[in-house]
Design a protein around this ligand. Sequence first.
Ligand SMILES: Cc1ncc(COP(=O)(O)O)c(C=O)c1O
Length: 452
Amino acid sequence: MPDNLEEYPNTGASQTLSEAELRAHWMPFTGNRQFKRQPRLFSSAEGVYYTTVDGRKVFDGLSGLWTCGLGHCRAEISEAVSRQVASLDYSPGFQYGHPLSFKLAHKVVELTPDCLDQVFFTDSGSETIDTALKMARGYWRNRGLPGKTKFIGRVKGYHGVNYGGIGVGGIGFNRKLFGQAVDADHIPHTVLPENTFSKGLPDAGAYLADELEELVLLHDASNIAAVVVEPMSGTAGVLPPPKGYLKRLREICDAHNLLLIFDEVITGLGRMGAYTGAEEFGVTPDILTLAKQITNGAQPLGAVVSKQEIYDTYMDQGGPDYMVEFPHGYTYSAHPVACAAGLAALDVLEREKLPQRVKAMSGYFEQAVHQLKGAPYVEDIRNYGFAAGISLQHCPGEPLRRPFELGLKCFEKGFYVRWGGDTVQLAPAFVVTEEQIDSLINAVGEALHELP
Ligand SMILES: Cc1ncc(COP(=O)(O)O)c(C=O)c1O
């Protein structure tokens, strides 16, 4: 890092931060050296816009990090949070409770598919996945099948960054530094050349689910606890499932007595044009995870929603009733302020019928984003609901460079988009207008034309 950050005065960060302050924070999933030379700092947000510390308005093209579908700084949520922090700021989650978590659990049960009836709260998406994996293994042990410990994930899958999540996840970059995680194998991803520029669900690829049969043959169902997939991969660059693919996975899981876990940290609560991907794609898992949108990003909170039978198995095997049936939980599980934010956020989501709005406008978003076909370096575009991924042709020897450069160009133009791997991702808020969608797509198009 340069000694003098004043060498890079272009964003106004020095207006608010000293060099020592800027140095002290080791930022997550960030090129720290580049960021600290060229900081990108937001100071406030409203609706679908951020404001930077130097007063520029920036359109939010990813709803925060897939978190803020209702738009930023919704009064309903900030008021609920303020009220809660002033009345019950913290309540121990172990052996004691508070009413809000039960009300929120009930609301989540109402919004998720019928047989998913039990909600366990965590503080993040990564924790929901690790919780779901433990829940699955413990379930089989309680059922007298302790050998069922292995997990099957999918190549390109993203399930957060804890050891369970990187083990079942299928993104090598996220684990190569960190050594062995949980015991997992992976079915192939669903990106096929014949599906390039598909709109919505791709036609080809349901047969790829049959690869799960191969892994069952290899490892034997008696050793496998669960299959873990995102119904639509988000972080890998928005990969909607091929038609019939998820149904086939469900059938294979049923045939071999494997639990099916849907990681709906991105797809849950509106983004797909339904309350869950499970509802939208017509396939119900045994365990479903939520986070991000559950509080509209205003508070950290995750939820693991399981079938009643899984909960009942734990209760039946729990021993005397003073015993803890599931030895798992976090200091901040079901934090009262997070639950207050969750109740307010889900109330807005339902009251304003935002999943329905996403569904109604997803055709507009689809035609807009596919206008980028033919722009420089665009190799593929995929979309579903209010989510789109654009794959860019690699710079020779540097597959990650071009999306990074595109992201920075968009930011200069006043648009925040996410880059990751060889893709750029778009996920506008559920309240976005057609004009705002057009301006986002125009900005990305212009930026593509300006790439070297
Ligand atoms: C599908 C999925 N699972 C899990 C996670 C991890 O969530 P968190 O970053 O809240 O730990 C993410 C985050 O993007 C995600 O997209």
